[in-house]
Design a protein around this ligand. Structure first.
Ligand code: NAD
Ligand code: ZN
Length: 377
């Protein structure tokens, strides 16, 4: 099968790889029809992780089931399924409580499992023609009859829509709340849509990329250009100096010396400043345990200079971590089905798998107009 393989930092290639196949009776085999490039792929792409060369990337996957293992009872050949990026077993104590992003079985001894991810188990990614899906009865979200027609919407259930929603859950967004979101990338944009689904009265989105801010505006947000780093003051001005009721971090590590530019992480401190006293903060941006390319010594160790004093003094609350996609995707699918949310509006490019290396390069540089790439193997 053709697949997108990681060779090393900023070097990926589409090549022939051995076909994915059923390995356990609880697996299914999926023919991938849509697979996305995600901001999380860039942590591997830019060499910030211990990704082994030769691994297939891709954790935002949708396709048709073409073979089922002997112990699979619910999922059938021909089903169109969207796969949560995190792999859960469904029966460990974390999965039972809905924390499928932290499954204790699929990647023992670590914090969760995912397809095509460094440090999250041996599972191959879906930027390929075929994907093996473990614990398939649990992990497959079987899609309704409009699956093919709305494929570019449903594929966002694999990650960015539930992740954006998770940010608003962690932040505790309630009807009428104002919300400040750092990052207008795909995740920040889905957090924007989610905040409005939850009844937010106002959403402020802070970024430096005009094309992405324009998309945030299209979703109804007040876009704040932080190019001159005046974003914090602007949010305070718009909230009578109090700050927003809740805030979401949708940026994570962004440093990249490859492009000759070092970007220190300001978002956590910006959130402390621009969320009101007692407000909630949801952090879904990825902060790696170690980041050899971090711009300062603390970040290299995966640590962050964080204004804990002000955070404590303001009595703020914080929630972090991988989105538990399974906890949300069935309900969010119903909203897509009903036309209440249309995540495909943020797609900038729909390309063949062969074009993935070029797309990685453009998306990694956040070139104007490269917001979200969907690949069609
Ligand atoms: P992205 O990198 O395309 O988007 C990040 C955006 O943040 C960019 O538009 C960038 O211009 C902006 N930005 C950079 N520095 C900023 C700053 N100081 N203030 C405001 N904006 C700033 O990627 P994405 O796909 O939207 O993902 C965002 C983050 O979410 C990544 O860290 C990704 O790994 C993470 N993520 C987490 C989960 C999860 O389950 N928790 C799932 C998916 C993605
Ligand atoms: Zn993703």
């Amino acid at each position: 099968m053709k697949a997108l393989v990681y060779n090393g930092p900023c070097d990926v290639q589409v090549k022939d790889m051995p076909d994915a196949k059923i390995e356990k009776a609880t697996d299914v085999l999926v023919r991938i029809t849509t697979t996305n490039i995600c901001g999380s792929d860039l942590h591997m792409y830019e060499g910030r992780t211990e990704m082994e060369a030769g691994r297939i990337l891709g954790h935002e996957n949708l396709g048709e089931v073409i073979e089922v293992g002997a112990a699979v009872e619910r999922v059938k050949v021909g089903d169109m399924v969207c796969l949560p990026f995190n792999i859960g077993c469904g029966f460990c104590e974390n999965c039972e409580r809905g924390y499928t992003g932290f499954c204790l079985t699929a990647n023992p001894g670590s914090a969760g499992a995912a397809y095509g991810f460094a440090g999250m188990g041996p599972y191959s990614g879906g930027q390929a023609e075929l994907l093996r899906v473990p614990y398939a009865d649990f992990n497959c979200l079987v899609l309704p009859e409009d699956a093919k027609e709305k494929e570019n919407d449903y594929v966002m259930l694999s990650d960015i829509l539930p992740t954006g929603y998770h940010a608003t859950e962690l932040a505790g967004v309630k009807p009428g709340d104002s919300v400040v979101i750092y990052g207008a990338g795909p995740v920040g944009l889905m957090a924007t849509a989610s905040a409005y689904l939850k009844g937010a009265s106002q959403v402020f989105v802070v970024d430096t990329h005009k094309d992405r801010l324009a998309l945030a505006e299209k979703l109804g947000a007040i876009a704040i250009d932080d190019t001159e780093q005046g974003g914090v003051q602007r949010v305070l001005d718009l909230t009578d100096g109090k700050g927003a009721d809740c805030g979401c971090e949708c940026v994570g590590y962004q440093c990249c010396d490859k492009h000759g530019k070092e970007v220190p992480n300001l978002t956590m401190n910006n959130l402390v400043q621009t969320v009101k006293a007692t407000g909630g903060i949801g952090v879904v941006g990825v902060f790696l345990p170690q980041d050899p390319k971090g711009p300062d010594p603390l970040e290299k160790e995966g640590k962050l200079a964080f204004d804990f004093g002000n955070f404590w003094f303001k009595g703020q609350r914080i929630g972090t971590g991988q989105a538990n996609v399974k906890a949300y995707n069935r309900h969010l699918a119903k909203l897509i089905h009903a036309g209440r949310v249309k995540p495909s509006t943020i797609i900038s490019h729909e390309l063949a798998l062969e074009e993935a290396p070029h797309a990685y390069e453009k998306f990694d540089k956040r070139e104007n107009g490269w917001t979200k790439v969907v690949l069609k193997p």
